[in-house]
Design a protein around this ligand. Structure first.
Ligand code: FMN
Length: 358
């Protein structure tokens, strides 16, 4: 009897359940990746905000903490991207997959594939999914507009079937998932698994300080907004006093924020102004964005870091998916994965679909 929950994603990634813990800057750190992988899911280390040295140390930390396969997320425009690619390939015996937004070309994708590393870009539009498949990726992670971080406007319920119709590679559903009902719904659409960010952010092993976790737990769906004021690109955030000020602020205030955050980022990374403007331009609009927007894009991560690393929600911003508005607990990764799988089995049983007991 085939088990509906043992999908091709589970087989290819070497995890036990069709659930991905997605990359989140400063959140998808070794502790979370280790816990999600040990719980049976597939965790991605959020290396898009790491220097190559930090990434090396953190890949090693994950390898020390689990013998399960895991993934690494990066941007091909980030400073030191080439060194990070080398590092991923060097660790191919345990780094089973890479995830990225737009960026890698066919050559880089072929390099990963030759090393046996599964390439799973996250896309928010049908045409990006098609482009990525042309470039040779193995699977697609579709993030609907409900999703956390940078987001599009088409909801998962519409975008997922569109992408499933448009590509032939396995598709993973993302944006708005938090439970077993969502998992079974995604599988019913034809996806091979779900990827969750916000739900994993609110687990015990997530390194986000309690003050920020509390603010996440308190936010209702009404308190989750999409803003373009941080870097010009729509992003989902928890509405706070700071977010309200940012929403109302004029051009000068945006410049000042970009400059302040840029100085902090220079201190932290040692990158030059040119380095991170170049990186932001590459990351977001392939060089087409105005300078102020590029600076905001480059420095915006500092504002997120303030909240999710320092727990300073007065001065930092909190990226979230809409689903954050219905999450009310902070389980361990193991409890979360077990619960989702039990719910999924219950739903499948109600539908008369075979799924093996845990
Ligand atoms: C706090 C936060 C930080 C994020 N950082 C990144 C990141 O660094 N790179 C990335 O590709 N996606 C990032 N994302 C998006 C997530 O990886 C994921 O695609 C999204 O959260 C899925 O939607 P969900 O939150 O509804 O599960 C982030 C999301 C959140 C909530």
């Amino acid at each position: 009897m085939a088990d509906a929950l043992q999908t091709i994603m589970v087989e290819r990634l070497g995890c036990r359940v069709p659930i991905i813990q997605t990359a989140m800057g400063w959140v998808a750190e070794p502790a979370l990746v280790i816990a999600s992988c040990n719980a049976g899911a597939f965790g991605f280390l959020g290396a898009a905000v790491m220097t190559p040295d930090e990434c090396r140390a953190k890949v090693l930390a994950v390898r020390r903490g689990t013998d399960r396969p895991f993934g690494v997320n990066f941007h091909s425009f980030q400073p030191g991207a080439d060194a990070i690619v080398e590092l991923i390939v060097e660790n191919r015996e345990q780094v089973r997959a890479v995830s990225f937004g737009r960026g890698p070309d066919a050559g880089m994708i072929a390099r990963f594939k030759d090393a046996g590393i599964v390439c799973i870009p996250t896309v928010g539009a049908v045409k990006h999914a098609q482009k990525m498949v042309e470039l040779g990726v193995d699977m697609i992670c579709v993030q609907g507009g409900e999703g956390g971080g940078h987001t599009g406007s088409v909801p998962t319920t519409v975008l997922l079937p569109q992408v499933l119709d448009a590509v032939k590679v396995p598709v993973i559903a993302s944006g708005g998932f938090a439970d077993g009902r969502g998992l079974v719904a995604a599988l019913a659409y034809g996806a091979v698994g779900i990827a969750m960010g916000t739900r994993f952010l609110l687990t015990r092993e997530s390194p986000v300080p309690d003050s920020a976790k509390t603010a996440y737990l308190q936010a209702t769906t009404d308190a989750i907004i999409v803003t373009t004021r941080l870097d010009g690109i729509p992003q989902r955030m928890i509405r706070t006093r700071l977010m309200d000020r940012i929403e109302k602020s004029g051009s000068l205030a945006m410049w000042l924020r970009a400059f302040e955050a840029g100085r902090a980022m220079k201190r932290q990374t040692g990158a030059s102004w040119l380095d991170f403007i170049r990186s932001a331009r590459g990351m977001t609009a392939h060089g087409a964005m105005p300078l102020k927007q590029a600076m905001m894009a480059a420095t915006m991560p500092m504002l997120i870091q303030k909240a999710v690393v320092d727990g300073d929600i007065e001065h930092g911003v909190m990226a979230t998916g809409v689903v954050g508005g219905r999450i009310s607990d902070v389980p361990s990764c193991q409890e979360l994965v077990d619960r989702i799988m039990a719910e999924a089995r219950e739903r499948l049983a109600a539908l008369g679909v075979p799924a093996l007991a845990a």
